[in-house]
Design a protein around this ligand. Structure first.
Ligand code: OXD
Ligand code: MN
Length: 611
């Protein structure tokens, strides 16, 4: 079919499916008029469609097919060297009122931003295909799920969204005249002149990732990488969803989800927030060192938490795949992921072995003698730069994970028993503490800090506050996000159903600069203590930072720890904690009067406890 839109060039479109709501069709027409693609393709989410897109990407040089004996169904993408991570500096929350974006977000006036983007998007898809990608976040038809439609000129983004969400016609059918949906517009920002040859990874130096929280709308320009471009993930499921959740009484959380069964057969569900690249995927696929405990995976990155009719907090993983950081994923650290990545994976920016397989730092102890690095250059163990980019990724379906729980896609969600906040902290934060109550737990989440990693721009290692691990992901004022947690918790508390809240730190270091706690499989001992607390079986002692395990309630020597190291993991260094509390006062002051009273009260209590 060909059509002329608003006096612009002619394009051909496969007809909108019968399932398409008239509002979606009209919006796609408008976006086509603006961006002027050569053709429009409505994606149905079928295997044939995916394979066709993959074949095209191989032909275009965007994907390299890996050795099919070693990694069947798997491919490697190499991005443009300047398009390798989320760009927080170019991420905007364009709420009508600047105060609603808060001090942690880049704000721009929505009217002005729309003018800027209208200019930028004008003709931005010339020479390219516009794909219309309907998707459901959460099991299709679940009352907790929400739907969106992304238009994009990147087939790489289409196949990624196909893995990360329930994508295609069944999601499109969820959009009815009475059902809200989130429109998301994405372009790589690299229109092609007639006859101009494409590059393997088109993108632009100009980048914008823009959210209109009141209109529930997303616009992204110039990048094809990860959260900048797979808009269902961070842009929708966290930024826009945090605004929707605030208005509807549920919470969008940057949290993994676990199902845990104790030796007596009692099942628990745990939601845990960690800043980017703190080992969330490893923890989500934990293989316990205490085999009587069973840990299963529900999600590794995002949880939507909603009070259920039974008064309990219920959770779904809105995603359908894992977009995990490759470096640091190995047999010792995450054998489940290593196994999950044996087939049907798209890798991005990892290294290529001479026999057509992949490698990254941490996959094996010994690096291969020769590799092609993530930029496509020769690499040997003597090379001064890493073979895989530190933020290189795998994109894989959740169903490929051997520890995926049978309830991972239950439309009713799972009831949450415990909430964990964690960060990467060399000092001050003990291995585990339990909050005294929900308000104390919200304080722990609000004041969370972590050493910076490579998942975003910035200086690696620098300590930054990352409240609720949501710093780059909140579509609302962070103070409102805290108040929202307090409100939801107060309702749950009234029914006696508020989950217990804990803080963990796997990354504390000793004086020798080495990690004190072995981590990984041994983290199960901490998880067991947490759930024994929920079960009323484990004892605690009160400390200035919260409740800590009594001596003997975690078998640290079985984890290979000495008594000295164990004591160091829980050391309360008054002086250093007081210095941190001063920093926390400054941090809270930077939020002005948006800090909820209850958070101030908790801070006052900490100051008192430290004296
Ligand atoms: C992610 C992140 O990619 O948090 O999950 O940055
Ligand atoms: Mn994340």
């Amino acid at each position: 079919m060909t059509a002329t839109v608003a006096g612009h060039r002619t394009y051909s479109a496969n007809p909108a499916p019968a399932a398409a709501d008239a509002r979606v069709v009209a919006w796609v027409e408008r976006m086509a008029a603006l961006t002027q693609p050569d053709q429009i393709v409505w994606c149905d989410g079928s295997d044939e469609e995916r394979q066709g897109l993959i074949d095209g990407l191989v032909e275009a040089g965007t994907l390299t097919q890996l050795n099919q004996d070693k990694r069947p169904g798997s491919y490697l993408a190499r991005s443009h060297p300047d398009d390798v991570a989320r760009v927080e500096s170019r991420t905007f929350i364009c709420s009508r009122d600047e105060a609603d974006a808060g001090p942690t977000n880049n704000w721009a006036d929505p009217t002005e931003m729309r003018e800027t983007l209208d200019d930028l998007f004008d003709g931005c898809m010339r020479g390219r295909t516009m794909y219309v990608v309907p998707f459901s976040m959460g099991p299709v038809g679940s009352p907790l799920a929400r739907v969106g439609v992304q238009v994009t000129d990147s087939p790489y983004v289409v196949i990624s969204t196909g893995t990360m969400t329930r994508m295609g016609t069944q999601a499109l059918r969820q959009i009815t005249p009475n059902n809200a949906w989130v429109p998301a517009v994405h372009t790589v920002g690299a229109p092609l002149a007639p006859g101009e040859e494409d590059v393997a990874w088109p993108c632009s130096d100009t980048k914008y990732i823009v959210h209109y929280p009141e209109d529930r709308e997303i616009w992204s320009y110039g990048s094809a990488y990860g959260g900048n471009a797979i808009l269902a993930k961070k842009a929708f499921a966290l930024r826009i969803a945090s605004a929707i959740g605030r208005d509807e009484g549920w919470i969008a959380a940057h949290m993994l989800l676990l199902k845990v069964t104790n030796p007596r057969g009692r099942v628990f569900h745990v939601a845990a927030a960690f800043p980017s690249a703190c080992g969330k995927t490893n923890f989500a696929m934990l293989q316990p060192s205490i085999p009587e405990w069973k840990v299963e995976t529900i999600g590794d990155d995002i949880a939507w938490l909603a009070p259920g009719a039974d008064g309990r907090l219920r959770a779904i993983n809105p995603e359908a795949g894992f977009f995990g950081v490759a470096p640091g994923t190995g047999e010792d650290t995450n054998p489940v992921a290593v196994d999950m990545l044996k087939r049907d994976v798209v890798f991005t920016n990892v290294a290529l072995t001479d026999d057509g397989d992949v490698w990254w730092e941490g996959l094996t102890e010994e690096p291969p003698a020769h590799l092609t690095d993530w930029r496509g250059n020769d690499w040997t163990p003597d090379s001064p730069t890493p073979a895989a980019h530190p933020n290189s990724r795998f994109t894989v379906a959740a169903s490929q994970c051997s520890t995926i729980a049978d309830t991972w896609d239950d439309p009713a969600g799972v009831p949450i028993d415990a909430i964990i906040f964690g960060g990467r902290r060399a000092t001050n934060v003990p291995l585990v503490t339990e909050a005294r109550d929900w308000e104390h737990g919200v304080y722990l989440g609000a004041t969370l800090a972590s050493e910076r990693t490579a998942a975003a721009e910035g200086t690696v290692g620098e300590l930054r506050r990352d409240p609720f691990a949501m710093l780059p992901f909140s579509g609302t004022h962070m103070g409102d996000h805290w108040q929202h947690w307090l409100n939801v918790g107060a309702d749950l508390d009234r029914q006696g159903e508020a989950p217990a809240i804990f803080q963990v730190n796997w990354f504390r270091k000793g004086e020798d600069g080495k990690f004190l706690w072995p981590g990984f499989a041994e983290n199960a001992r901490v998880l067991a203590w947490i759930l024994d607390r929920v079960d009323g079986r484990a004892s605690y002692t009160d400390g200035p930072l919260g409740r800590m395990p009594v001596d003997g309630s975690i078998n640290y020597s079985a984890a290979g720890m000495t008594r000295d190291k164990w004591d160091a993991l829980f050391e309360v260094n008054q002086e250093s904690l007081q210095a941190e509390a001063v920093d926390t006062s400054r941090f809270l002051a930077s939020y002005g009067d948006a800090v909820p009273e209850a958070v101030h009260a908790q801070h006052e209590e900490l100051l008192k406890n430290l004296n």
